[in-house]
Design a protein around this ligand. Structure first.
Ligand code: ATP
Ligand code: MG
Length: 599
């Protein structure tokens, strides 16, 4: 894959087309649903499934969700919603070692935050794969009894050596011809804890010469003397992921099992396994269909769990929820909008082509949503004092300010105006550049929502740095009064009253990496990097400033977000804000300053 960002693909969603065709053909119409996951026998006696389709999001609770997971969540829950179906949240917790409650909780929060729900018309489709261990073991016993599985006692090295390669077929294990009785007995004793880890393994009996290595008698159950967070010490054998996952889907009546492309080679085994179990009368037909799509890759971020862990553990960021992290907890804290995620995912579509999406598309979707939803406020990020010499000291007056130019129904608020204001440092130039229209000696400009002022000069400190700007105001020119247009000016600037301003900590976040492909290579297909991805960290990804905000912002609630006029979209930090003293994070600037669009 090249490092050049791919242009915006058409928003095709081939999976939607598959679902539409299946519905038109009535493919799943006769499925029954026992109200909870179950075998063919459990479902057979039940009414027809009220869900037109069933999809699922099956995270392993071993880490925090990232932007890639958001694609999978929005796709699966979105399809279910669109087509009168249900989407299940299933914790794929079949691996005893790695799961933690902290991750379970954060996954639940993230799915809710994205606006998705597994509660639907009386159904609560929240599941744990470890609750299916009994069924999985029974199904393994069935496979043994039907001659489709055997206990292999080769060492791990022997198994690896006999597996063959992409160009060479594998070799049959000397244990492959074990009798059904012997296999059944050994599997019972594996379950009973008679053997140490690794002594035996249960394998499907398929074809050691298959061109698809995944069909060369894949392992389905291994011995692992480990305590599981849900089942405790009940089991000392655990199913392999490739065995467990199709069974979980089938027990839950999943119709469309959507996963990323790296599972494509596993599909033949997925189908083989479910066919064998359906033949044996254990699973209801039609069986779930696995459909693969290409994973989300974005420029300027990394999405591999290993790299994200490294960023946290080596303190390159403040934690999983650092607003620069491409995790969903990070996105939420930064102030990104769940609707922005939806718009972005709709725009990029769902395909089988590996592509690298330009981060600008993500930011543009955020801007578009926030422009519509966010009220405007005034903030001065680089404060410089403006003194209106002909405005009476101690006098203040109200200026009416619109909350949202696109939504007059959101009304107006009041900003106090007085003799001393804070303006943006860049809005004054003693010796103006060509084309500069704001304040310079002799020039007139409008203080937005207030008066027209004429700049008269400035004060400097001993180093020649400008510390205050002076001006006089034109009393008849207040915005919204009949005289407002009597004087024409070209410059317009924002301000806050110095006597009323709220000095707040504001964090200006920028991209965490300064190059489109951190490490020089995309993850996924090419794991080896050209250089350490940490060398590409953007040293200026976080700047903390004290800004002067309009007084109403003191009351902002955690996570409340606004457009700060001229500056971008800012959200009150959900961790560090105190009542009456919010801290703000910049989610995204008003315009793209990276100039990467269309590359
Ligand atoms: P990672 O590869 O980052 O470690 P994972 O695949 O191990 O993530 P899981 O908990 O297994 O994490 O993933 C849950 C679901 O999210 C899976 O269906 C997986 O295919 C999907 N998913 C993971 N990463 C992406 C991505 N970049 N784009 C789209 N879907 C993804
Ligand atoms: Mg995975």
């Amino acid at each position: 894959m090249s490092n050049t960002p791919t242009p915006l693909p058409p928003a095709a969603n081939f999976i939607k087309n598959i679902v539409e065709a299946d519905l038109a053909a009535g493919k799943h119409a006769q499925r029954r649903w026992a109200g909870q996951p179950g075998t063919a026998a459990d479902h057979a006696a039940a009414p027809l499934d009220p869900a037109k389709i069933r999809t699922r999001f099956p995270p392993e609770p071993n880490g925090y969700l990232h932007f890639g997971h958001a694609k999978s969540i929005l796709l699966n829950f979105g399809l279910a919603k669109q087509f009168g179906g249900r989407c299940h949240l299933r914790f794929d917790d079949t691996n005893p070692e790695k799961e933690e409650q902290e991750y379970v909780d954060s996954i639940i929060d993230a799915v809710h935050w994205l606006g998705c729900s597994w509660e639907n018309e009386g159904e609560t489709n929240l599941y744990q794969a470890s609750n299916y261990f009994n069924w999985m073991a029974q199904f393994a016993e069935y496979l043994i009894s039907a001659g489709h599985a055997y206990v292999d006692s080769q060492s791990a090295e022997e198994m690896r050596a006999n597996r063959g390669t992409l160009t060479q077929p594998g070799k049959d294990s000397p244990f492959r011809k074990r009798s059904i009785e012997e296999n059944a007995d050994l599997f019972k004793r594996m379950q009973a804890g008679e053997f140490p880890d690794g002594a035996h393994i249960l394998r499907a009996r398929i074809d050691m010469a298959s061109p698809n290595i995944n069909l060369r008698d894949p392992a389905i159950y291994r011995i692992r003397h480990a305590t599981h967070h849900n089942t405790g010490d009940k089991w000392c054998i655990y199913p392999m992921y490739t065995f467990a996952h199709p069974i979980e889907d089938a027990l839950e009546n999943i119709t469309h099992s959507i996963c990323t492309l790296e599972f494509e080679d596993q599909r033949p085994f997925y189908d083989w396994l479910l066919e064998r179990l359906a033949e044996g009368g254990l699973l209801q037909r039609p069986l779930p269909q696995q459909i693969e799509f290409s994973r989300l890759n974005l420029t300027y971020i990394v999405l591999s769990k290993r790299k994200l862990i490294q960023l946290v553990q080596e303190n390159h960021v403040s934690g999983w929820d650092d607003p620069r992290m491409p995790t969903l907890v990070g996105a939420r804290r930064r102030g990104y909008s769940p609707d922005g995620f939806k718009l972005f995912m709709d725009r990029i579509g769902v395909t089988k082509n590996d592509s690298l999406i330009d981060y600008v598309l993500f930011e543009d979707a955020m801007r578009e949503v926030m422009n519509e939803s966010d009220e405007r406020r005034v903030a001065v990020l680089d404060p410089l004092k403006l003194i209106i010499d002909n405005y009476p000291e101690g006098q203040f007056e109200d200026c009416a300010v619109t909350n949202h130019p696109l939504h007059p129904e959101l009304g107006t608020r009041i900003m106090p105006f007085g003799r001393e204001l804070w303006i943006e440092g860049e809005d004054f130039q003693e010796l103006p550049e060509k084309g500069f229209r704001r304040l310079f000696p002799g020039n007139k400009a409008r203080l937005k929502y207030g008066y027209i002022v004429e700049c008269t000069g400035c004060d400097k400190d001993e180093n020649g740095k400008v510390i205050a700007v002076h001006c006089t105001y034109l009393p008849d020119t207040k915005s919204g009064t009949p005289g407002a247009d009597s004087v024409k000016v070209k410059g317009n600037l924002h301000w806050v009253s110095a006597a009323h301003a709220y000095p707040a900590e504001v964090r200006l976040y920028d991209r965490l990496f300064s190059v489109p492909a951190p490490g020089g290579r995309r993850e996924g297909n090419a794991p080896e990097l050209e250089r350490n991805f940490l060398d590409d960290l953007n040293p200026a990804s976080k700047t903390v400033i004290t800004a002067m905000l309009e007084p109403s912002l003191k009351d902002a609630q955690p996570e409340q977000r606004f457009q700060f006029e001229r500056h971008g979209y800012f959200a009150a930090d959900r961790v560090d804000s105190k009542p009456g003293a919010p801290v703000f994070n910049r989610a995204v600037t008003l315009k793209d300053s990276w100039g990467t669009k269309g590359n």
